[in-house]
Design a protein around this ligand. Structure first.
Ligand code: SAH
Length: 489
């Protein structure tokens, strides 16, 4: 399987600059071993006027099966044979995309130390892929490539057998793309869209695939009209991951509109319950559990402490029982994205009277937070270093002292049930700790004791008989003051 990338040039801007960008010298043929076979980079032509780089991947289908990597297309009666005799060696598939990213890693990132100005420059590019498996056919190929800068997208269906035209077309197309693009962007598009068109991933989809997709999609995916199809196929239709990716792309769009850097927005990843049977994402189940507990407590004035992007604030505002909703976060960026999400600037007066966003740190006492019916700390405590927890405890339970406090946090015991979570990993890079049910109960019990609250525990998400639920929630209720205390007050 192979693809070629060509560019044209002038004596001042020679086409052979392509070699700098790809970090591969045009005079040399080089070989690389990748996880799926041997990759070669060579230049069939390299002059100032025209330069073509070819990436050729030799796939060994037998080795793929032996290493358990060739099982992408099982199911058919001839599956056993198809594992060995298949299109893998010839068709540009996700394997080619993987090789592309391995061999041209720096080029994909747009790094070029020798000539830092080069990657920024759009250049005339022509990409050819003779055999591209395309589920969805030539029409989908055009829908995917035309919106992202290619002026010409030719996708010719390849007949099943040239000698028997009546047999019709195969599922392959010959693809030729032409346009003025930055090379890094073109490569990143191919890296994502080849497997999307192939629609059969040949390796395991792990949560970091979402990160990879967002990195590779930078600059073109957030506004792509086929974003949903791209995201869901890229992530092998794992709807939980797809949804997570779509939410993050939405953030990218919002942040771009504000001129913000997205990486700085610290927020909990919406870990979804990632199975077909449970289509409600865990983040949503958590919000529902919180709304139910607030309703049961009869709360109407509510603090959302560590409100992040403001999803819960938004949900609270939809319910008229909540007359006063305050979102607090330490991150200004998170708050401005929350404001955008809530359309705070376009909100009618009656609605805007009900909502406030405040910047503040939960590890300091804050007079503005006194006198509320309830406070929610949804997936917040695990973002603090353990030694800071007593400060938060005092600020919330000692100083703000709402009647009801809801605290949710991951149950680390459940992590083994996350098929995509490698053993021993926490669910989010910024989690400073994750607790077992026992650890959480001990902490919550001590806090309740120290500050005069009662506490109960509610599972959120499927309550596994062995490891418990994915999210654990503690419902603290201020104990009725004793007559003596009442007198003192
Ligand atoms: N409650 C939201 C966001 C959870 S992510 C949800 O359930 O989705 C954790 C949030 O806590 C982040 O937005 C982070 O900025 C905020 N946070 C972390 N430490 C904080 C602190 N000391 N004071 C206030 N907010 C904090």
């Amino acid at each position: 399987m192979f693809l070629t990338i060509s560019t044209t040039g002038t004596p001042e801007r020679p086409a052979t600059d392509l070699g700098f960008l790809l970090h591969k010298h045009p005079d040399k043929a080089q070989a690389f071993s990748t996880s799926h076979g041997q990759a070669h980079v060579l230049y069939p032509e390299a002059t100032a006027e025209r330069c073509t780089a070819a990436l050729v991947l030799e796939v060994d289908p037998v080795a793929l099966v032996r290493r358990g990597k060739g099982k992408g297309r099982g199911g058919a009666p001839d599956a056993a044979l198809a594992q060995y005799v298949n299109d893998r060696p010839y068709a540009a598939s996700s394997l080619l995309a993987v090789a592309l990213s391995a061999v041209f890693k720096n080029a994909l990132r747009g790094d070029c130390k020798a000539r830092p100005e080069l990657p920024e420059r759009a250049m005339p590019l022509r990409v050819e892929i003779p055999a591209l498996p395309a589920r969805g056919g030539a029409e989908l190929v055009r829908k995917l490539f035309e919106p992202v800068g290619w002026t010409s997208v030719q996708a010719e269906p390849v007949p099943l057998d040239g000698r028997f035209p009546e047999w019709g077309d195969s599922r392959y197309v010959t693809l030729v793309l032409e346009g003025e693009l930055r090379l890094a962007e073109a490569l990143r598009q191919l890296y994502v869209l080849l497997p999307v068109l192939d629609d059969a991933k040949h390796y395991w989809v792990a949560p970091d695939e979402v990160d990879k997709l967002l990195r590779a999609g930078e600059g073109w995916l957030a506004d792509h009209p086929e974003q949903k199809l791209i995201t869901s196929r890229y992530l092998s239709r794992r709807w939980g991951l797809t949804r997570q990716a779509m939410e993050r792309l939405e953030l990218v769009r919002l942040a771009e509109a504000e001129g913000l850097e997205v990486e700085d927005v610290d927020n909990a990843v919406d870990e979804a319950v990632d199975t077909e049977e449970r289509p409600v994402p865990l983040a949503e189940q958590r919000r529902e559990a919180i709304l139910a507990a607030l309703g049961a407590a009869g709360a109407s004035r509510v603090l959302d402490l560590g409100c992040g992007q403001g999803q819960l604030v938004q949900a609270l505002l939809k319910d008229v029982r909540f007359t006063d909703v305050v979102g607090v976060d330490v991150s200004v960026r998170a708050l401005s994205i929350a404001a955008k999400r809530l359309r705070l600037d376009r909100m009618g007066e009656r609605m805007s009277d009900r909502v406030t966003l405040l910047q503040g740190s939960l590890t300091y006492t804050d007079k503005r937070l006194k006198g509320y019916d309830a406070a929610v700390l949804s997936e917040v405590i695990e973002h603090l270093d353990l030694p800071r927890l007593p400060a938060l405890e005092y600020a919330v339970f000692g100083s703000a002292r709402p009647t009801t406090v809801l605290v949710t946090t991951p149950n680390v015991e459940y992590n083994v049930r996350w098929e995509t979570l490698p053993a021993g990993h926490v669910r989010h890079g910024d989690h400073r700790f994750e607790w077992t049910r026992g650890e959480f109960r001990t902490w919550a019990g001590d806090v309740a004791g120290r500050h005069g609250y009662d506490v109960e525990f509610v599972p959120v998400g499927p309550d596994d008989p062995d490891v418990g639920p994915p999210t654990q929630m503690a419902v603290f209720t201020l104990a009725a003051p004793t007559p003596k205390e009442e007198k003192a007050a």
